[in-house]
Design a protein around this ligand. Structure first.
Ligand code: NAD
Length: 353
């Protein structure tokens, strides 16, 4: 007990979360309880069919479907969704999909302060965070605004059985990254640490089961449980070197978001380990391994996901400009971020050592 000396500030999340197979049937009731009568359904083009099912589930409360969400929320996409909301007289949105569709919902909430119900179908955890992102010709701009937090979140594992194992796994490792960095964030808290460890455990157990049987709704539900917890960590704690690196790699080289997280995370964790003994211990417990970095690589390999940045298209010539950009505006990190340190992480994530 001698070392028990908690000192923290913790800000909880205000939204209602429902999780059960078949939760889509609760959507119209959820809209009614929020006083919403005309909801525009947002999705990517690839999920238009699911978005139509969501629109049907809303019954008379639907304002139609806008299936034009795109990765990283281009300004043109944000403008079009905001215009569609105005044109249809919608009083709120349902964002069905992964971080791209939910990101578009946040772009509407940011401008018009309308409520959003999120129906997540990947495991990236964006639905739990006040972090928004919009991309223009100058790159991706992000910020935190409590006003973009979804008002309600419906997790229905039956809607995720179509998500391919590889996409499932890399989006789940993206969520694990939120939890891993929350464990060593300067503004972490005991509750955040509990959520982080349990979230990582749930995803590490569920993702191989999802790969083995994509129709396993129990495993899908457990993965959503993990995504909920890990996303909640990102909402309450700040990001470190890992998120900074992925942000720069995505922005400069246009690498795929979730797969980039999955390839980079083991290398940043290995770099930070000497400065983060408590996080390391929690991750060892959660992953059931003495070596969290190699356990995460094995997790990606189970789903035949890429494990090097070279496979994603990065070349050795990219190392120096990426390093410079990371150092130009570094995030807080438990271990000092040096040029040699960043180069070393990038080289090993490229598969060079
Ligand atoms: P995504 O939303 O881009 O989805 C990936 C692909 O999977 C898309 O083509 C989509 O149509 C498809 N898909 C989604 N669900 C499906 C399903 N159930 N069945 C079949 N196909 C399905 O990917 P993502 O990894 O969820 O999100 C990435 C984006 O989210 C990035 O832009 C990232 O910056 C953002 N993000 C934001 C936060 C945050 O807190 N703001 C957190 C994590 C990710």
């Amino acid at each position: 007990m001698a070392s028990w000396n908690p000192e923290f500030t913790h800000e909880g999340l205000p939204m209602r979360v429902r999780m059960r197979p078949g939760a889509l049937a609760d959507l119209a009731g959820e809209a009614e309880s929020l006083g919403l009568n005309r909801m525009l359904v947002l999705s990517t083009p690839g999920q238009e069919e699911t978005a139509r099912a969501v629109s049907n589930a809303l019954g008379e409360r639907t304002a139609g479907v806008h299936p034009h969400a795109a990765a990283h929320v281009p300004t043109t996409s944000a403008d079009a969704a905001n215009a569609a909301v105005r044109a249809t007289g919608a009083d709120g949105c349902v964002a069905i999909g992964g971080g791209s569709a939910i990101g578009l919902g946040k772009a509407v909430a940011l401008r018009q302060r309308l409520p959003v119900i999120a129906v997540p179908t990947t495991y990236a955890g964006s639905e739990m965070t006040p972090v928004w992102g919009i991309t223009d010709e100058d790159g991706k701009h992000t910020g935190r605004d409590q006003g973009v937090l979804p008002t309600s979140v419906l997790y229905d594992p039956e809607l995720t059985t179509t998500l391919p194992p590889r996409t499932s796994t890399v989006s789940g490792i993206n969520a694990i990254a939120h939890a891993a960095e929350a464990l060593y964030a300067p503004n972490s808290s005991p509750l955040t640490a509990l959520m982080a460890e349990e979230g990582v455990r749930a995803l590490a157990e569920a993702l191989p089961a999802v790969t083995a049987d994509p129709s396993d709704t129990a495993a899908r539900g457990r993965a959503q449980y993990g995504a909920w917890l890990c996303g909640s960590c990102l909402a309450t704690a700040t990001m470190g070197l890992h998120h900074k690196l992925c942000h720069v790699l995505g922005g400069m080289l246009d690498l795929p978001h979730a797969a980039t997280h999955a390839t980079v995370l083991p290398h940043v964790l290995a770099y930070n380990t000497p400065a983060t003994p408590h996080a390391h211990t929690a991750l060892r417990r959660a992953l059931g391994s003495d070596n969290p970095a190699s356990a995460l690589r094995a997790l990606a390999s189970t789903a035949s996901a890429p494990t090097t940045l070279a496979e994603l298209g990065m070349t050795p010539a990219d190392i120096e400009p990426v390093t410079e950009r990371v150092l130009a505006a570094p995030y807080t990190n438990p271990r000092p971020v040096t040029a040699e340190g960043v180069r070393g992480i990038l080289r090993s994530a490229m598969g060079e050592s």
